[in-house]
Design a protein around this ligand. Structure first.
Ligand code: DGL
Length: 247
Protein backbone atom coordinates (compact mmCIF):
# COMPACT_ATOMS: atom_id res chain seq x y z
CA UNK A 1 0.00 0.00 0.00
CA UNK A 2 2.98 2.28 -0.56
CA UNK A 3 2.18 5.82 -1.64
CA UNK A 4 -1.43 5.41 -0.58
CA UNK A 5 -2.47 7.64 2.30
CA UNK A 6 -5.41 6.26 4.19
CA UNK A 7 -7.38 6.13 7.40
CA UNK A 8 -7.68 2.60 8.78
CA UNK A 9 -11.02 1.39 10.08
CA UNK A 10 -10.78 -1.70 12.30
CA UNK A 11 -13.22 -4.24 13.62
CA UNK A 12 -13.13 -7.90 14.59
CA UNK A 13 -15.26 -8.61 11.51
CA UNK A 14 -17.92 -7.08 9.29
CA UNK A 15 -19.71 -5.06 12.01
CA UNK A 16 -17.45 -2.03 11.60
CA UNK A 17 -18.69 -1.65 8.03
CA UNK A 18 -21.74 0.01 9.62
CA UNK A 19 -19.37 2.73 10.87
CA UNK A 20 -17.36 2.87 7.63
CA UNK A 21 -20.61 3.50 5.72
CA UNK A 22 -21.19 6.70 7.72
CA UNK A 23 -17.55 7.78 7.30
CA UNK A 24 -17.57 7.32 3.53
CA UNK A 25 -20.79 9.33 3.27
CA UNK A 26 -19.34 12.08 5.44
CA UNK A 27 -15.88 12.12 3.80
CA UNK A 28 -16.30 10.92 0.20
CA UNK A 29 -12.82 12.19 -0.73
CA UNK A 30 -10.97 10.33 1.99
CA UNK A 31 -9.18 7.00 1.37
CA UNK A 32 -10.00 4.19 3.75
CA UNK A 33 -8.63 0.73 4.45
CA UNK A 34 -11.11 -1.44 6.29
CA UNK A 35 -9.58 -4.28 8.30
CA UNK A 36 -11.80 -7.16 9.46
CA UNK A 37 -9.92 -9.31 11.95
CA UNK A 38 -12.14 -12.26 11.08
CA UNK A 39 -9.56 -14.93 11.96
CA UNK A 40 -9.77 -13.69 15.55
CA UNK A 41 -13.49 -12.88 15.70
CA UNK A 42 -15.30 -12.66 18.07
CA UNK A 43 -13.31 -10.39 20.35
CA UNK A 44 -16.10 -10.02 22.86
CA UNK A 45 -15.75 -13.45 24.46
CA UNK A 46 -11.95 -13.18 24.90
CA UNK A 47 -9.97 -11.98 27.92
CA UNK A 48 -8.81 -8.36 28.14
CA UNK A 49 -5.20 -9.47 27.65
CA UNK A 50 -6.08 -11.39 24.48
CA UNK A 51 -8.13 -8.56 23.00
CA UNK A 52 -5.52 -5.92 23.76
CA UNK A 53 -2.69 -8.03 22.40
CA UNK A 54 -4.54 -8.71 19.16
CA UNK A 55 -5.79 -5.16 18.61
CA UNK A 56 -2.34 -3.70 19.21
CA UNK A 57 -0.86 -6.17 16.70
CA UNK A 58 -3.44 -5.10 14.10
CA UNK A 59 -2.94 -1.38 14.72
CA UNK A 60 0.83 -1.83 14.55
CA UNK A 61 0.52 -3.61 11.18
CA UNK A 62 -1.74 -0.84 9.81
CA UNK A 63 0.70 1.83 11.00
CA UNK A 64 3.65 -0.05 9.42
CA UNK A 65 1.64 -0.16 6.18
CA UNK A 66 0.97 3.57 6.00
CA UNK A 67 -2.19 4.36 7.99
CA UNK A 68 -2.37 8.06 8.83
CA UNK A 69 -5.06 7.50 11.48
CA UNK A 70 -7.03 4.63 12.97
CA UNK A 71 -10.73 4.34 13.71
CA UNK A 72 -11.56 1.58 16.18
CA UNK A 73 -14.97 0.74 14.65
CA UNK A 74 -15.39 -1.83 17.39
CA UNK A 75 -16.60 -1.12 20.90
CA UNK A 76 -14.72 -4.07 22.36
CA UNK A 77 -11.45 -2.69 20.95
CA UNK A 78 -12.42 0.87 21.92
CA UNK A 79 -12.15 -0.14 25.59
CA UNK A 80 -8.36 -0.06 24.99
CA UNK A 81 -8.27 3.21 23.02
CA UNK A 82 -6.31 5.16 25.65
CA UNK A 83 -3.64 2.45 25.96
CA UNK A 84 -3.32 2.32 22.18
CA UNK A 85 -3.06 6.13 21.96
CA UNK A 86 -0.14 6.03 24.36
CA UNK A 87 1.62 3.46 22.14
CA UNK A 88 1.16 4.85 18.62
CA UNK A 89 2.03 8.33 17.29
CA UNK A 90 -1.08 8.90 15.17
CA UNK A 91 -4.71 9.86 15.82
CA UNK A 92 -6.75 6.93 17.16
CA UNK A 93 -10.52 7.34 17.33
CA UNK A 94 -12.87 5.21 19.36
CA UNK A 95 -16.62 4.73 19.06
CA UNK A 96 -17.65 4.64 22.73
CA UNK A 97 -17.05 8.27 23.75
CA UNK A 98 -18.84 9.93 20.79
CA UNK A 99 -21.67 7.38 20.93
CA UNK A 100 -22.27 8.20 24.61
CA UNK A 101 -22.33 11.93 23.80
CA UNK A 102 -24.87 11.28 21.04
CA UNK A 103 -27.03 9.10 23.31
CA UNK A 104 -26.96 11.76 26.03
CA UNK A 105 -28.23 14.34 23.52
CA UNK A 106 -31.03 12.03 22.33
CA UNK A 107 -32.20 10.61 25.67
CA UNK A 108 -31.80 11.92 29.17
CA UNK A 109 -33.78 9.05 30.72
CA UNK A 110 -33.17 5.36 31.02
CA UNK A 111 -30.68 4.01 28.46
CA UNK A 112 -30.07 0.31 27.77
CA UNK A 113 -26.68 -0.64 26.36
CA UNK A 114 -26.41 -3.81 24.27
CA UNK A 115 -22.78 -4.81 23.92
CA UNK A 116 -20.37 -7.72 23.92
CA UNK A 117 -19.50 -9.55 27.12
CA UNK A 118 -16.06 -7.86 27.22
CA UNK A 119 -17.48 -4.36 26.71
CA UNK A 120 -20.05 -4.96 29.44
CA UNK A 121 -17.32 -6.34 31.74
CA UNK A 122 -15.28 -3.17 31.25
CA UNK A 123 -18.21 -0.98 32.39
CA UNK A 124 -17.04 1.67 29.91
CA UNK A 125 -20.52 2.68 28.73
CA UNK A 126 -22.00 2.92 32.22
CA UNK A 127 -19.07 5.11 33.34
CA UNK A 128 -19.14 7.47 30.34
CA UNK A 129 -22.92 7.82 30.44
CA UNK A 130 -22.92 8.45 34.20
CA UNK A 131 -20.34 11.22 33.67
CA UNK A 132 -22.85 12.79 31.25
CA UNK A 133 -25.65 12.45 33.82
CA UNK A 134 -27.35 9.52 32.05
CA UNK A 135 -28.46 6.41 33.98
CA UNK A 136 -27.98 3.17 32.06
CA UNK A 137 -28.24 -0.58 32.34
CA UNK A 138 -26.27 -2.99 30.19
CA UNK A 139 -26.90 -6.33 28.55
CA UNK A 140 -24.13 -8.75 27.57
CA UNK A 141 -25.06 -9.95 24.08
CA UNK A 142 -21.96 -11.66 22.65
CA UNK A 143 -24.18 -14.58 21.66
CA UNK A 144 -25.66 -12.40 18.89
CA UNK A 145 -22.39 -11.45 17.18
CA UNK A 146 -21.89 -14.66 15.13
CA UNK A 147 -25.28 -14.26 13.42
CA UNK A 148 -24.25 -10.92 11.96
CA UNK A 149 -20.72 -12.12 11.29
CA UNK A 150 -21.81 -15.24 9.41
CA UNK A 151 -24.70 -13.77 7.46
CA UNK A 152 -27.26 -15.77 9.46
CA UNK A 153 -29.52 -12.96 10.62
CA UNK A 154 -32.63 -14.36 8.96
CA UNK A 155 -32.58 -17.72 10.75
CA UNK A 156 -34.71 -19.21 13.51
CA UNK A 157 -31.57 -19.64 15.63
CA UNK A 158 -30.92 -15.92 15.39
CA UNK A 159 -34.50 -15.00 16.32
CA UNK A 160 -34.29 -17.38 19.27
CA UNK A 161 -30.97 -15.95 20.48
CA UNK A 162 -32.32 -12.39 20.23
CA UNK A 163 -35.40 -13.38 22.22
CA UNK A 164 -33.22 -14.89 24.96
CA UNK A 165 -30.93 -11.86 25.09
CA UNK A 166 -33.58 -9.15 24.95
CA UNK A 167 -36.78 -10.54 26.51
CA UNK A 168 -36.20 -8.51 29.66
CA UNK A 169 -36.18 -5.27 27.65
CA UNK A 170 -39.80 -5.82 26.67
CA UNK A 171 -40.85 -5.84 30.34
CA UNK A 172 -39.04 -2.64 31.23
CA UNK A 173 -38.70 -0.58 28.05
CA UNK A 174 -35.89 1.99 28.10
CA UNK A 175 -36.05 5.43 26.45
CA UNK A 176 -33.12 4.59 24.21
CA UNK A 177 -31.06 1.56 23.29
CA UNK A 178 -27.40 1.94 22.40
CA UNK A 179 -26.33 -0.67 19.86
CA UNK A 180 -22.97 -0.83 21.61
CA UNK A 181 -21.53 -3.41 19.26
CA UNK A 182 -21.03 -2.47 15.63
CA UNK A 183 -22.45 -5.83 14.52
CA UNK A 184 -25.83 -5.04 16.06
CA UNK A 185 -27.25 -2.61 13.47
CA UNK A 186 -27.24 -5.66 11.16
CA UNK A 187 -29.67 -7.32 13.62
CA UNK A 188 -31.88 -4.31 14.16
CA UNK A 189 -34.90 -5.73 12.30
CA UNK A 190 -34.84 -8.84 14.48
CA UNK A 191 -34.29 -6.76 17.63
CA UNK A 192 -36.99 -4.21 16.87
CA UNK A 193 -39.93 -6.05 18.51
CA UNK A 194 -37.97 -6.11 21.80
CA UNK A 195 -36.78 -2.52 21.54
CA UNK A 196 -40.26 -1.19 20.82
CA UNK A 197 -40.45 2.59 20.60
CA UNK A 198 -37.06 3.17 22.21
CA UNK A 199 -34.67 5.17 20.08
CA UNK A 200 -31.95 2.88 18.66
CA UNK A 201 -28.59 4.66 18.79
CA UNK A 202 -25.92 3.34 16.42
CA UNK A 203 -22.20 3.85 17.01
CA UNK A 204 -20.54 6.99 15.69
CA UNK A 205 -16.99 8.32 15.75
CA UNK A 206 -15.64 11.86 15.90
CA UNK A 207 -13.09 11.05 13.18
CA UNK A 208 -11.56 13.96 11.27
CA UNK A 209 -9.48 13.14 8.16
CA UNK A 210 -5.74 13.85 8.31
CA UNK A 211 -5.77 14.48 4.56
CA UNK A 212 -8.88 15.74 2.91
CA UNK A 213 -8.07 16.25 -0.74
CA UNK A 214 -11.39 17.24 -2.29
CA UNK A 215 -9.94 16.65 -5.78
CA UNK A 216 -9.40 12.98 -4.96
CA UNK A 217 -12.04 10.31 -5.29
CA UNK A 218 -12.00 8.35 -2.06
CA UNK A 219 -10.74 4.78 -2.44
CA UNK A 220 -11.47 1.94 -0.11
CA UNK A 221 -9.66 -1.38 0.32
CA UNK A 222 -11.15 -4.22 2.31
CA UNK A 223 -8.69 -6.52 4.08
CA UNK A 224 -9.26 -9.48 6.34
CA UNK A 225 -7.14 -11.85 8.37
CA UNK A 226 -9.76 -14.53 7.66
CA UNK A 227 -11.25 -16.25 4.64
CA UNK A 228 -11.95 -13.52 2.07
CA UNK A 229 -14.73 -15.48 0.34
CA UNK A 230 -16.86 -15.98 3.44
CA UNK A 231 -16.15 -12.45 4.72
CA UNK A 232 -17.17 -11.02 1.33
CA UNK A 233 -20.38 -13.07 1.50
CA UNK A 234 -21.18 -11.67 4.96
CA UNK A 235 -20.36 -8.15 3.78
CA UNK A 236 -22.83 -8.19 0.88
CA UNK A 237 -24.84 -5.40 2.52
CA UNK A 238 -21.83 -3.12 2.02
CA UNK A 239 -20.86 -4.48 -1.42
CA UNK A 240 -17.34 -4.99 -0.07
CA UNK A 241 -14.91 -7.42 -1.70
CA UNK A 242 -12.28 -8.60 0.78
CA UNK A 243 -8.67 -9.64 0.23
CA UNK A 244 -6.77 -11.80 2.71
CA UNK A 245 -3.66 -10.47 4.47
CA UNK A 246 -1.46 -12.26 6.99
CA UNK A 247 -1.44 -10.19 10.16
N1 DGL B 1 -18.16 -5.43 16.58
C1 DGL B 1 -17.51 -5.48 17.82
C2 DGL B 1 -17.94 -4.41 18.79
O1 DGL B 1 -18.39 -3.36 18.38
C3 DGL B 1 -17.20 -6.78 18.49
C4 DGL B 1 -17.82 -8.08 18.09
C5 DGL B 1 -16.96 -9.22 18.62
O2 DGL B 1 -15.97 -9.51 17.95
O3 DGL B 1 -17.26 -9.77 19.67
O4 DGL B 1 -17.78 -4.56 19.97
Amino acid sequence: MSGFSFAAVVDSGVGGLTVLRQLRRQYPHCNFVYFADSAHCPYGTQSDAEIFSRVSTVVDWLVQNGANSVVLACNTASVFADRLRSMFPLPIYDVVTPTCRLAARLAQGDVAVLATDATVRSGIYVRHLAALGVASRQYACSALVPFAEHNAVRTDECRHAVRLALAELQHSPPDAVILGCTHFPLLLNVMRPYIGHAQAVQCVTDFVPVQHDTAAKGKCLYLTSGDPVSVTASAQFARAKFVHVDV
